[in-house]
Structure formats: structure tokens, C-alpha cells
Design a binder for this molecule. Sequence first.
Ligand SMILES: [Mg+2]
Length: 111
Amino acid sequence: MEFSEMQRLVSVNSKRYVEKHGIEVTTEFLLLKLMEETGEFAEALGICEEQCRLDKRIDPAIARDNLQNELADVMTVVMAIANHLDIDLVAGLENKVFKKGRRSLEEASKE
Ligand SMILES: [Mg+2]
């Protein structure tokens, strides 16, 4: 799936969420959601790695699925922030990450 399609689907889901819950999407709201989802991811990671209370431990396969879903939630909110602020996330990744990755691969291939 193309990243732009993912961003479009995130936008559709955001609009549905807003309509369902009557929430005004502001930058502050999205930052709160990012913190909320980051916390949920951290909790899921603790459970997955059994770094949690005994009563929170669950089947490892279920814990792994939960971890995957919570990281997807974090990425979804990051994409929603990009949509809200009209940020081209792919261009940002290209400038900040991908160029360096390609350069590292080129350097490694010369060694
Ligand atoms: Mg979540």
C-alpha cells in the first residue's frame, strides 16, 4: 500500500472518530492522543516482555498482537498530526532518514 493511501485512510478514520465523539480536532488534542497511544504502547511492551505485574501477564501471542496494534495506533496518530498540520511525512522521512540510510548502504557496499 502506498503511504499516501495510508494517510488518506487515516484521514477518513479521523473524520469518522470526530463525528462519532463530537470532538474538535486541534493540535493539542492530537498531542494528547499521541501521549495516550504512546503510553498504551509502553504498557503493551511491558506486558509483552513480562516487565509488568503478574496479574497483567497474558498469552504471549495475544501480547504480541496487542503490541503490534498499539504501535499502529502511535503511527496512526503521527499520520493524523501530519494531515492536520499539512506536513508531507514522506518528504520529511526522505530528508531526515532515507537519505542517510541510502548513504550508509552505499558506504557499506564500498567496504
Ligand atoms: Mg491504543
